[in-house]
Design a protein. Structure first.
Length: 153
């Protein structure tokens, strides 16, 4: 160690890693991960709402079954949250659950159009997020970032 180097100084290579990791992530990957995190947060919040609402309202199925359904919805909301985090860390496994949730958004859109009324606006929003998520996560730049060796191990 030299006289001018402080004992707490990090090596130059370690300081450059976050900057290098940020340049390796294309904007398509970041935007797709952001959509996945947003979807996960919305689903998890809806699950929490169902859980609290079941305690204060009268349900036909009883509190236990409604609470069970709310826990399932809450857990389903955690899946895209973890997938978005994995995508931001360039983990390959995060893309499949995120694309699955984006595809499920299209099914939600179909059913909101069948019901009509004010739900059509929610259906359009769901379709836009679903299509944008699929396009961004299956984009060639995203694929190249997740599989830098061209898909070969």
């Amino acid at each position: 160690m030299t006289a001018d180097a402080s004992p707490n100084a990090r090596p130059a290579a370690a300081a450059d890693r976050p900057a290098a990791a940020a340049t390796e992530r294309p904007w398509t990957l970041v935007a797709g991960a952001a959509i996945a995190v947003l979807q996960g947060a919305l689903i998890a919040c809806y699950g929490a709402y169902l859980m609290v609402a079941a305690l204060f309202t009268h349900t036909r199925t009883g509190v236990g079954l409604t609470e069970f359904g709310a826990v399932i919805v809450l857990l389903l909301g955690l899946l895209p949250l973890f997938a978005g985090r994995a995508l931001l860390r360039l983990r390959r496994w995060g893309r499949s659950p995120a694309v699955m949730v984006d595809t499920l958004c299209l099914a939600v859109t179909y059913f909101t159009f069948q019901n009509g009324g004010a739900q059509i606006a929610a259906g359009v929003l769901s379709a836009l997020f679903g299509i944008a998520g699929v396009v961004l996560l299956l984009h060639p730049r995203t694929t190249a970032a997740l599989w830098p060796s061209g898909g070969k191990r």
